[in-house]
Structures are given as structure tokens and as C-alpha cells.
Design a protein around this ligand. Structure first.
Ligand SMILES: Nc1ncnc2c1ncn2[C@@H]1O[C@H](COP(=O)(O)OP(=O)(O)OP(=O)(O)O)[C@@H](O)[C@H]1O
Length: 804
């Protein structure tokens, strides 16, 4: 049974994106209410209009391939024009989680309006942004962004196909229809910074015209696009935008009132993309070159704090066809750049902006802009298996979408309690930095959520829906300003404000030199101020800077402290979790050990039982056999008993006689004779046996004696052998002694010979030496030496004789 969670209820909405909660950072929200530098003065008195952020859902139809590959599993169910239910398909992460008790199987979401798969582009345009386009032509700013996973139909919704153009061509058509006959044909008034207008001189005008011609010339070389190729430029209507199919409801204008008679309008467009947190102009000529690296543009803030892209190309367009050409050039550049960088264009956010300048005579009365943003696919990194560059790219896409989500969540939180405002991280990504103003009252934003109904992308689609559920709760505060207050500042070719009725507007100059511009040093032109003012301005800025730094430092300390506390908390929680896990682990191991022990016990029992069974099988005698045996034994016992009885009565011959009579009835005399004979024989045999037995015992005794004597002899032999080996050892010793003695004898003989040789020397000396020898060799010593020698010689000769 599936549980239904109603996402339309604010309390139950899951906050899909995290929000960074800290003290409000006012510096990050400069002049949120500001539309232009001039308007900020009289805003307090104006009435503000509050309304929920409009979030539209568009469900793409299945493609043929998707139907073939069973993507249709009834995941998306449209309940009514505002409510949709998502049913988790089998195998999806959501289903798996819900089976584990986490999350639900069915989610419901509500939208401003839902457009089903059969809805046409015209119906979609009329039901969604057509009112915003009408506001735009009447001087209000608008932002439309499409959000969804890759292949959900975002580009199709914005650009459309040849047959069925999307909201962008339709918006352009509406704009040109609205201003037709009131178009300012020159292009000397050009958008400048975020919301100003620059007057071009003749030279700049020439440059502008040449640049536009060069851009259009790029399309002349372009071959007809093939229908089959799947990329933005081919799938979109841009390849050959024909607005003939765009229907335009003129009644809308009749309600709002047509263009005032003396007003003139000038339309400018820009087209850029944000890829890897870099802004690239899609209308720069250099981008078409294959080798040249694309130049990233800088995002800056003007005096009102509104963001703009420095050096972004704005092209003047006189009709919808020219606008379509610009879109084609941009798409061409985009796919060329994507190919060169080996990326898919769906990995970048592309933004097409239309600026409408309204003039009365020579005076610029108003400037409004309409931006259509085709966001990159919202799939998460873990799903897309990205590595290296792709991971960085995915990280950047996800980061900017995450920041967008954070901003939306923070905006939603802030509207609840004014005392506890969250920091809105607009400045953390280029995308949110550029659209900050639109979320803060500078215009109206709306969101188009694109989804497909495929089961394989269900989890990502659910993620998109959760994000939109948060966005839906954002309240937009749009000040109802008079057109007068929307008048942009007109600046000269060097960016200096032009004279207004011959007098420099001092107030405008002050506004122009905003704090941020001066610090940044990018766009502010300080040369227009006197030196003293500049000095004092610098001084005041220095003081402000110091104060700001101090504030930032305190804020940083606070944040660090909070982070430290949070980390400590986390560590403690992790520790607790760890110890809990350890206990669990211990318990589970103990359980495992117990079960293993039981298992072994069981195995032993089983083994013992098996052994017993085997033994039983070995000893097993069939019952029948056993019974037969028993019977036989009984019979034999009975027979024995009978015979014994007979023996007792008749004596041995009769017993034999009776026995034989039972078995073989023969004549009595003959049998008795035979029995007698047999008895005799038996007695003789018994006697013989006794004799033999006696003989055997005698022989045994003799054998025993012989054995004993043999053992004795054996011991003697052993003894003799031992003695023999001892003698041999002794002989060896003696032989070595003899050898030594022989050597001694030889030595002595040599000495004697030497002595006798020496005696041949001088007589005096000879007498002396002889005397000495005679003294040293006393009769006793000479005798003992001779005896020893004789003894040794005798021993040697006897030993030599012995072995032989
Ligand atoms: N309403 C629709 N009717 C018919 N086909 C559609 C519709 N919406 C989208 N498609 C088709 O679905 C495919 C994907 O659409 P698209 O390229 O607009 O998706 P995407 O979300 O922009 O994808 P990516 O993020 O990759 O650019 C295209 O072939 C497009 O023609």
C-alpha cells in the first residue's frame, strides 16, 4: 500500500535545497528594490504587489524509442490542472527507499498550472508567459527560466521546433507586433550597463552596423540543417525560424491599450551562456574561429547594485526575423564551442535577453528587459558518472543550480519571519548574481519545470519536483512603479550622464558613483568629479571600508564559532554512533559465535549418531534369521537335554545306540557291535591323544630348555664380541703408541748419529762434550731407556704377530 504525501501543504514540503543560515548580509543585497538609479528616490510611497512565484509544469510526451524501451510505467499522473502525482517505479531509488521505510512511493505536487504531453506550444505560451510579455512591452522586467533534467524538453519549450515555435519566438513576435509602426529605426540608442542607455556617435554607429552585418553574414554560409541531427540548433526553431505559425492575440493589446501615438521603441538582444562559472558571449565574432579561445566576460555591478555583463554584445533588431537570425548565430556559436571543448551544450545555461527602449521624442522614457534562461540539465554528479573535467563541469552546473535552490529556499524562509532573516547567497554563482534583481523586486520571475515521464529518470525528476515545490512558495514583491520612475539614465559615448535640460544631474552623479563601483574601479569614471570631492569621497569610503571589514571579521568569527560548534556536535554524534555501532557489532559477533558453537554441537551429535547407525548396520542381523537361529538353538538344547537324560539312564554305548536308533533304524546287534568298536576306537584315540599331549609337553620343556641355553650362548657370544671390540680398541691404541715409539727411536737414533758425527770435531771440545754426555747419561738412566726401548719393540712384534 502506498502512502501519499501531499507536497502542496507547506508543512510537509521537503526542503530540497539547503539554505545557508546566518546573519543577514545586507551588503550582499544592495538596493533590492532598485530598478534604476533614478527610481530609488520615490519608492517608499509606492504600492507593492505581492504574488507567489509562478511555477509552471510541462510534461513532455514520450518519444517512440522511450515507448519501445518500456519507459512508460505510469510514473506521472496528472490529477487536475494544478496537481500532479509521481508514483515511484519498480527499481527506482525512491521505491527502494520507501520499501526500507524511508520516504514515500507517491508524491503529490501542485503548480501554478500543469501542461500535459498533448499541450501545444501556443497553448503553453498563452497559459504561461504571455502576460509577462505584455508586462514587458509595458515597461516591466521579466525573467523566465526553464528547469529540469537533460532531455526533459527545456530547449524545446523555449526555442521550439520549426512547426511549433517555443516561447521565445512567440515572445519576439508579440513584441514586434506590439511596436509595429512605432519602431525607432536608428540604432544610436543602445543599452548600457544594467539599465541605462548610451547615445552612440556616428563612428560607433558605423561600428555597430558593421558588426551586425558581419553577424548576419555568418548565416549565409550555413548549410540547411538536417532534421535528424539531435542538437539544440537543429531541434529548435532557430534553424529557420519562421514566425508565420505564431498566432498573436491582438485582443490583449486592446485591453492594455496600444502603443501611445508618439512613442518609439528600439529592440536590442543579447545571447550568452554560463559554462563552468564563466560567461561567454554567443554573439562575438571571434567565437566562430576554430582555433581562438573564447573570452570569458566579467559580471559587474553598476551604481544601483544591479548586475550586468561587461562588454556583452547587444544587437539592434528591427523585426522578429532579425531576432531569429541572432538566435541562430548564437546557437551556431554555442554548438561550435561545445564541439571544440568536447562538451554538450546542455551542460551550460544559455540566456537570451531582449531589451526594449522606449522614447518620447528625444527623451528616453523607459527600458525593460525580458530574459529567457535555458538552464543546464539538473542531474546530479553521482548519477552521471563524471570524472575529471566532466566532474568539474558537473560540479559547476550543480553548484549554480544548488545556489539557485539555496537562494529560493532563503527567499522563502525570509518571507516568514522578518526578525530572523537568512543570508541569500546570490553572489555565490554567476547565474544568481545576474538574476538577483529579478528575485528582489526588479521584475517578475517565473519558472518552467520540464519533466519527462520516463521511469529511468524518475529519481531525478522527483528531485526537480521537490526543488519546484520550494520555489512555488516564494513570494515576489513587485513595486508598482509609474513609467516615469522607470526612466533610465541616458549616458554619452564615454559613459558620462548626458545633460538634462542643459544641467548636470548632481544627484544622478552621486548615485552613479556607488560605493561598490568605486572600490571595484571597473565601471565608475571618477574624472568627472572635482578633486576635493574625490578626496572626501575616498576618505568616507575608507572609513566605510574599515567598518565593513570589522563587521566582516566579527561575522567570520561568529561563523567560525558556529562551524566549530557544529563540527564538535557532529564529532560527538559520530562518536556516539561509533560506540553504538561497536556495541551492535559486539552483540552480532557474540550471536554469531553462539550460533557457530551450536552448529558445531549439532554437527558432533549428528556425527555420533551417524557412527552409531553405521555400527548398527554392521551388526545388523535380520529378525527372521535371528528367530530361525533361536529356534535351532532351542531344538539343539532340547536334543542335548534328551541325550543327557538317556545317557544317565543307559550309559555310553546305549546312548550311542539310542541316538543311532533315532536317526537310522538298523538291526540292534550289528549296531551294538559297531558302537562297541567305535567306543574302543574312541578310547584308543583318547589314549593316543593323552600320550601325544604328554609328548608335546615334553617337547615343549625341551624346547624351553634349548631356548634358555640358546639365550645363554647368545649372551656369551655378545660378551665375547664386546670383549673383542674392546681388545681391538686397545690394539689400535697400542699400535698408535708403537708408531709414536718408533718415531721416538728414529729420532733418538738420528740424535745418536748426530752426536757420533759431532765427536769427529777438535779434541778438546770432543773431550768436553763426551764428558757431558757421560754425565747426563748416567748408568741408571741409560739402563731404563734401553729397557723401555726393548719393551716397546717386544710389544710391537707380539702385536704384529697376533692379528695373523
Ligand atoms: N512537447 C514536446 N513535444 C514533442 N517533442 C518534444 C517536446 N518536448 C521535447 N521534445 C523532444 O524531446 C527531446 C529533448 O528535448 P530538449 O532538447 O528540449 O530537452 P532539454 O531538456 O533541453 O535537454 P538538454 O538539457 O540536454 O538540452 C527533443 O528531441 C525534443 O524535440
Amino acid at each position: 500500500m502506498s502512502t501519499v504525501i501531499d507536497m502542496t501543504n507547506e508543512d510537509t514540503v521537503l526542503v530540497a535545497m539547503e539554505s545557508t543560515a546566518c546573519e543577514p548580509h545586507h551588503a550582499a543585497l544592495p538596493e533590492l528594490s532598485g530598478v534604476s538609479s533614478i527610481t530609488s528616490q520615490s519608492e517608499t510611497a509606492e504600492i507593492s504587489e505581492k504574488q507567489q512565484l509562478r511555477v509552471y509544469l510541462k510534461v513532455r510526451p514520450f518519444s517512440e524509442e522511450e515507448l519501445k524501451s518500456s519507459e512508460d510505467q505510469g510514473c506521472v499522473v496528472l490529477e487536475d490542472s494544478e496537481t500532479i502525482a509521481l508514483h515511484a517505479p519498480k527499481g527506482s531509488a525512491t521505491m527502494k527507499s520507501s520499501e526500507k521505510g524511508i520516504g514515500q512511493q507517491v508524491y503529490k505536487f501542485s503548480f501554478t498550472q500543469i501542461f500535459g504531453p498533448t499541450c501545444t506550444q501556443a497553448e503553453f505560451f498563452d497559459g504561461t508567459i504571455s502576460s509577462q510579455v505584455h508586462d514587458f512591452v509595458h515597461g516591466k522586467n521579466a525573467l523566465v527560466f526553464s528547469y529540469g533534467v537533460t532531455n526533459a524538453g527545456k530547449t524545446y519549450t523555449i526555442q521550439g521546433s520549426q512547426k511549433d515555435p517555443g516561447i521565445l519566438p512567440r515572445a519576439l513576435e508579440v513584441v514586434f507586433k506590439h511596436i509595429s509602426g512605432h519602431q525607432y529605426e536608428h540604432m544610436d540608442l543602445k543599452p548600457y550597463l544594467s539599465s541605462d542607455v548610451q547615445k552612440l556617435d556616428s563612428e560607433q554607429l558605423k561600428v555597430e552596423k558593421n558588426a551586425k552585418a558581419a553577424l548576419f553574414s555568418l548565416l549565409k554560409e550555413e548549410p540547411e540543417p538536417t532534421k535528424s541531427s539531435r542538437n539544440r540548433s537543429s531541434t529548435s526553431s532557430v534553424s529557420s525560424l519562421s514566425f508565420s505559425s505564431v498566432s498573436y492575440d491582438h485582443t490583449a493589446d486592446s485591453v492594455d491599450g496600444m502603443v501611445e501615438g508618439h512613442c518609439l521603441y528600439s529592440v536590442w538582444v543579447s545571447f550568452y551562456e554560463i559554462y563552468n562559472e564563466h560567461v561567454y558571449d554567443l554573439l562575438q565574432l571571434a567565437h566562430t574561429s576554430k582555433t581562438k579561445r573564447r573570452l570569458a566576460l566579467r559580471v559587474c555591478e553598476d551604481s544601483t547594485g544591479s548586475s550586468y555583463i561587461r562588454d556583452l554584445r547587444w544587437v539592434n533588431v528591427q523585426n522578429a526575423e532579425e531576432a531569429s537570425k541572432i538566435l541562430r548565430v548564437g546557437n551556431k556559436n554555442r554548438s561550435a564551442a561545445a564541439t571544440k571543448m568536447n562538451q554538450s551544450s546542455s551542460r551550460s545555461h544559455s540566456i537570451f535577453t531582449i531589451k526594449l527602449i522606449r522614447m518620447e521624442g528625444d527623451v528616453v522614457q523607459g527600458l525593460s528587459d525580458l530574459s529567457l534562461c535555458d538552464l543546464a540539465g539538473s542531474e546530479r554528479c553521482n548519477k552521471t558518472k563524471t570524472f575529471g573535467e566532466r566532474l568539474k563541469e558537473a560540479g559547476n552546473i550543480n553548484n549554480s543550480l544548488l545556489i539557485l535552490g539555496k537562494c529560493i529556499a532563503a527567499l522563502r524562509n525570509n518571507q516568514g519571519c522578518r526578525m530572523k532573516m537568512s543570508y541569500i547567497p546570490f553572489r555565490e554563482s554567476k547565474l544568481t548574481r545576474l538574476f538577483q534583481g529579478m528575485f528582489c523586486g526588479r521584475g517578475r520571475a517565473s519558472m518552467i519545470v520540464n519533466i519527462n515521464q520516463c521511469a529511468s529518470t524518475y529519481d531525478e525528476t522527483l528531485h526537480v519536483m521537490k526543488f519546484s515545490a520550494v520555489a512555488r512558495q516564494v513570494l515576489q514583491v513587485i513595486p508598482q512603479r509609474s513609467l516615469e520612475s522607470l526612466a533610465p539614465r541616458l549616458v554619452g559615448l564615454d559613459g558620462k550622464p548626458l545633460l538634462k535640460n542643459g544641467i548636470i544631474d548632481d544627484h544622478a552623479v552621486d548615485d552613479y558613483l556607488s560605493e561598490e563601483e568605486l572600490l571595484d574601479g571597473d565601471e565608475a569614471d571618477m574624472s568627472i568629479l572635482p578633486q576635493e570631492e574625490l578626496m572626501s569621497l575616498v576618505e568616507s569610503l575608507r572609513v566605510k571600508l574599515l567598518a565593513e571589514r570589522r563587521k566582516n571579521l566579527l561575522q567570520e568569527i561568529q561563523i567560525r564559532k558556529e562551524m566549530g560548534d557544529a563540527m564538535l556536535q557532529q564529532i560527538m554524534e559520530a562518536e556516539e554512533l561509533h560506540s553504538r555501532q561497536m556495541v551492535d557489532l559486539k552483540e552480532s559477533y557474540e550471536e554469531k559465535m553462539d550460533s557457530t558453537f551450536d552448529m558445531y554441537k549439532e554437527a558432533l551429535k549428528e556425527h555420533a549418531y551417524q557412527c552409531a547407525l553405521e555400527r548398527l548396520e554392521e551388526d545388523y542381523i535380520p529378525v527372521e534369521e535371528y528367530n530361525e537361529e533361536q529356534e535351532r538353538v532351542k531344538e539343539l538344547e532340547k536334543l542335548v537335554r534328551e541325550l543327557e537324560e538317556k545317557c544317565q539312564h543307559c550309559g555310553p554305548p546305549q546312548l550311542m545306540q539310542d541316538n543311532s536308533m533315532q536317526t537310522n533304524p538298523v538291526p540292534a546287534t550289528e549296531e551294538s557291535e559297531r558302537f562297541k568298536m567305535l567306543y574302543k576306537e574312541k578310547c584308543a584315540v583318547e589314549k593316543l591323544c593323552v600320550e601325544k599331549q604328554e609328548r608335546i609337553s615334553e617337547l615343549n620343556e625341551t624346547l624351553q630348555e634349548a631356548g634358555e641355553s640358546y639365550l645363554e650362548k647368545l649372551a656369551e657370544v655378545q660378551n665375547l664380541q664386546n670383549r673383542l671390540s674392546n681388545q681391538e680398541q686397545k690394539i689400535e691404541c697400542l699400535q698408535s703408541d708403537v708408531m709414536a715409539k718408533e718415531k721416538e727411536i728414529i729420532h733418538l737414533r738420528q740424535e745418536i748419529a748426530k752426536l757420533s758425527n759431532d765427536s769427529v770435531g777438535p779434541s778438546r771440545q770432543r773431550c768436553g762434550l763426551l764428558v757431558n754426555i757421560k754425565e747426563s747419561m748416567t748408568p741408571q738412566s741409560t739402563g731404563s731407556l734401553c729397557r723401555t726401548i726393548k719393551k716397546s719393540v717386544r710389544a710391537t712384534t707380539s702385536l704384529r704377530k697376533k692379528p695373523s
